[in-house]
Design a protein around this ligand. Structure first.
Ligand SMILES: [Fe+2]
Ligand SMILES: [Fe+2]
Length: 297
């Protein structure tokens, strides 16, 4: 049976961001092929104007002020999985990278954008210590009683942004979840780029962008007794959403902190405090974006 965790002397703080979509336009024309050609055209026409890379220092300063013990980034670090984009992310977040106890990263569909990017394990090459060396799902104990599982259902697909969790990853996740109680876990952070559910107002955004086997993944949490926070992104709106099907599950989406909406960016992020007994989640943003948060359930 799990032993109950004594309260921590100081609470443990996790900051969660997602979907920065750092972009670069490659000078090498050989990189302008296949799906990337589509992504780059889209970028030039639209994304480049919306994702404000120059706001990264401001975002980093806010995260610094949050005094986090651990940073979680739930995917779509990049736009077309270019080495240059991953390098830009690495440079910007240099202060967080290197020590796996300080940061966890999982890929989003844009970090698995092309088949070569997956075959050549570009994400893993850049961030191996922070993504369980790419052996998904991976588990970390962040603090007494607080565990994290990183999951990757992202697959390159020339015509779709849908994800699909492989059968063997579901089997490994089933095994990990089955062990959590005996490990004494009292709160679990499940980090996965895609959600399996969304608030009513945003359900249409998942159409054609969802997990092919999201129901199967969600089913693993339906009888799971430990309070779980599913940290994700993918849909660029911030929300907190209680699962309709898994009673102990809450989805947290920080939205995209540097996406310009109506001329403004949010710098939105979730700040999670674990005191050894209870986990509290607070969405922080610039004041003008506070009303963007959707809370359901
Ligand atoms: Fe995204
Ligand atoms: Fe995405």
């Amino acid at each position: 049976m799990p032993s109950s965790t004594p309260p921590l002397e100081t609470s443990y703080r996790v900051v969660h961001i997602s979907d920065l979509h750092i972009w670069r336009i490659p000078a090498n024309p050989l990189l302008w092929r296949g799906k990337r050609l589509l992504g780059l055209s889209n970028l030039v026409l639209r994304r480049g104007r919306r994702f404000r890379r120059e706001a990264l220092p401001e975002l980093l300063a806010e995260i610094e002020r949050d005094s986090a013990d651990h940073l979680v980034v739930s995917g779509d670090l990049t736009t077309t999985s270019l080495d240059l984009e991953f390098e830009d992310f690495g440079k910007a977040f240099d202060g967080w990278l290197g020590d796996p106890s300080r940061a966890t990263l999982v890929p989003g569909n844009h970090d698995r954008y092309t088949r070569p990017a997956v075959r050549e394990r570009v994400f893993e090459r850049h961030f191996s210590p922070h993504c369980g060396e790419g052996d998904f799902p991976f588990r970390k104990e962040l603090a007494p009683g607080l565990a994290l599982i990183g999951f990757d259902p992202c697959r390159p697909n020339p015509f779709s942004a849908r994800g699909e969790a492989p059968g063997e990853a579901l089997a490994s996740l089933t095994r990990l979840l089955g062990e959590e109680r005996s490990r004494g876990t009292q709160a679990l952070l499940f980090v996965c780029h895609y959600p399996a559910e969304a608030p009513a107002k945003h359900r249409r955004h998942l159409k054609g962008h969802d997990l092919v086997n999201g129901e199967e993944l969600l089913a693993l949490f339906q009888g799971f007794p430990i309070p779980t926070w599913w940290l994700h992104g993918h849909i660029h709106h911030p929300w907190s959403h209680r699962s309709r099907l898994a009673p102990n599950l809450t989805y947290l989406n920080p939205g995209s902190p540097i996406l310009r909406r109506e001329g403004k960016i949010s710098l939105g992020r979730w700040v999670l405090d674990w005191d050894g007994r209870e986990l509290r989640a607070e969405w922080r943003s610039l004041p003008h974006s506070a009303s963007e948060l959707e809370s359901e359930g």
